[in-house]
Write a protein that binds this ligand. Structure first.
Ligand SMILES: N[C@@H](CCC(=O)N[C@@H](CS)C(=O)NCC(=O)O)C(=O)O
Length: 254
C-alpha cells in the first residue's frame, strides 16, 4: 500500500467557521487531504501570524490550502470552496449553469459582512479574548446577524429548502458554518425561534453527510452561553475533533 501523503493540505483548526466549511466539502466528497494545525492570530511557529505562514497567506487567516505537487496556494474559504468544485467538477454543490452558479455566488458575497458577523458578535468575544472586541462592535454585529436572519427567513429560505434551491450547495455549507455553531446543542448563544424557516433549514442541514464529524469540535465544546470556556477546554475540543477527523480521513485515504 502506498504511504504517499495526499497532495492537498488544509491549514487551520476545526473550530474556525470558514475552515469547517472547507472541511465539510472535503469530507462530503471523501477527498483525501492532510490537515495541518495553524492557530489563528498566533505569532508562534504554528500560528497564522508566523512569517512562514504569512508567506503562504499574507492576510494571516485560516483556511489556506496548498497543493504539494504544484505548489498552488489559495486562501479565503469561498475561493477555496469554488476552486475545489471547479477543479473536481462537483457541480452538484456548485452548479454549472450561469444563473444557478450566480445565485450561489450572490449568497457567498453577501455572507462576509452579514451572516459572518455571528462569530464577531456572539462567539469570538468568548473564544478569542485576545481580540478584545469592543462591546459596541459586538452589539452592532449582533444587530447585523439578526437583520441577516430576517433576510434569510423572508428571502433565501422563504420558498426553498436550501439557500439556492432544492439542493444543498457550498452556500449552505458556508452559511451553516456560522449559524450552526449558535444552536442550543452547541454554543447555545442565539434563539432562532423568531425564524422558523431558518430553524427548519438548520435541522435539514444536520442530515447532510459528514455533518456530525465536522461539528465534533462544537459538540465537545458545548454550551458557552453562561461562561466563556477556558483555553484548556477550547484546545481539548479542537484536539478531540482532530482525532475524529483523522480517523475518518484514514477511511478515505487522507
Ligand atoms: N474571509 C476569510 C475569513 C477567515 C478568518 O477570519 N479566519 C479567522 C479564524 S475563524 C482567522 O484566521 N483569524 C486570524 C486572526 O485572528 O488573526 C475566509 O472566509 O477564509
Amino acid at each position: 500500500m502506498s504511504e504517499a501523503k495526499p497532495s492537498l493540505v488544509l491549514y487551520g483548526v476545526p473550530f474556525s467557521q470558514p475552515v469547517r466549511a472547507v472541511l465539510w466539502l472535503l469530507f462530503l466528497k471523501r477527498m483525501p487531504f492532510e490537515m495541518q494545525l495553524i492557530n489563528p492570530g498566533s505569532k508562534g511557529e504554528t500560528g497564522s501570524r508566523h512569517p512562514s505562514y504569512l508567506e503562504k497567506n499574507p492576510a494571516g487567516t485560516i483556511p489556506t490550502i496548498e497543493d504539494r505537487e504544484t505548489g498552488f496556494l489559495l486562501a479565503e474559504s469561498h475561493a477555496i470552496l469554488a476552486y475545489l468544485c471547479n477543479r473536481h467538477g462537483w457541480t452538484d454543490l456548485y452548479p454549472a449553469g450561469a444563473e444557478e452558479r450566480a445565485r450561489v455566488d450572490w449568497y457567498l458575497h453577501y455572507h462576509h459582512r452579514n451572516v459572518r458577523d455571528a462569530s464577531l458578535g456572539l462567539v469570538a468575544p468568548k473564544i478569542r479574548k485576545d481580540l478584545e472586541i469592543p462591546e459596541a462592535m459586538q452589539s452592532a454585529a449582533r444587530a447585523t446577524v439578526t437583520r441577516a436572519l430576517g433576510a434569510l427567513e423572508t428571502g433565501w429560505l422563504s420558498d426553498s429548502p436550501y439557500l439556492c434551491g432544492d439542493a444543498c450547495t457550498i452556500a449552505d455549507l458556508s452559511c451553516y458554518s456560522e449559524l450552526g455553531q449558535l444552536q442550543s446543542e452547541y454554543t447555545n448563544v442565539y434563539d432562532f425561534t423568531p425564524f422558523p424557516s431558518v430553524s427548519a433549514w438548520l435541522e435539514r442541514m444536520h442530515n447532510v453527510p459528514a455533518h456530525d464529524d465536522v461539528h465534533t469540535v462544537l459538540a465537545e465544546l458545548g454550551d458557552i452561553s453562561q461562561e466563556a470556556p477556558s483555553m484548556e477546554r477550547i484546545v481539548g475540543a479542537n484536539k478531540s475533533a482532530l482525532s475524529v477527523l483523522k480517523q475518518r480521513l484514514a477511511e478515505f485515504g487522507g
